[in-house]
Design a protein around this ligand. Structure first.
Ligand code: ZN
Length: 159
């Protein structure tokens, strides 16, 4: 069975950045399972997997624009500490969810200088060219429920 829209695909993958450092890997964990054609994974990887079958292996490099987007400097800003109600100590690396015009966004603190808190709403991998090593483990038809929800129903599903 070939990977196409509305197929449920299981892959094992290793993800490295341009410098060759490992960012993420499914090798010692469960495979990543996603619904193809439903924008569950980054567009560049979804395109590369189109038409592949179980046991296929591929290496693919994906430009930032087809991965987590270009880095957008306008998503960084300096805010006062009192923006973070109920948080005792603000530290670099902390993440918060913020309501924005584009929906819920994850905001990271990138530096703390007294009461000047610099936050960044970019995805941590924004601006990065990504290199995937992928093995296709399984391809199956999606169920009607999965298609209507737009995601896979597995053991660790949302409901
Ligand atoms: Zn669902």
């Amino acid at each position: 069975m070939q990977i196409a829209k509305d197929k449920v695909v299981s892959i094992h993958y290793t993800l490295k950045n341009d410098a060759g450092s490992m960012i993420d890997s499914s090798e010692s964990a469960e495979p990543l399972i996603y619904l193809h054609g439903a924008q569950n994974i980054i567009p560049g990887l979804e395109r590369a997997l189109e038409g592949k079958v179980a046991d296929d292996a591929l290496e693919v490099s994906i430009e930032a624009v087809d991965a987590y987007g270009e880095y957008n400097k306008e998503l960084t800003q300096v805010v006062p500490g009192n923006m973070f109600e109920g948080v005792d100590t603000l530290e670099t690396g902390m993440e918060f969810q913020a309501e924005t015009e584009q929906g819920v966004q994850v905001i990271r603190i990138v530096s703390v200088d007294g009461d000047d808190i610099t936050i960044d709403g970019n995805h941590p991998l924004a601006g990065e060219r990504l290199h995937f090593d992928v093995n296709v483990a399984e391809v199956r038809d999606a169920t009607e429920d999965e298609l209507s929800h737009g995601h896979v129903h597995g053991d660790d599903c949302c409901h």
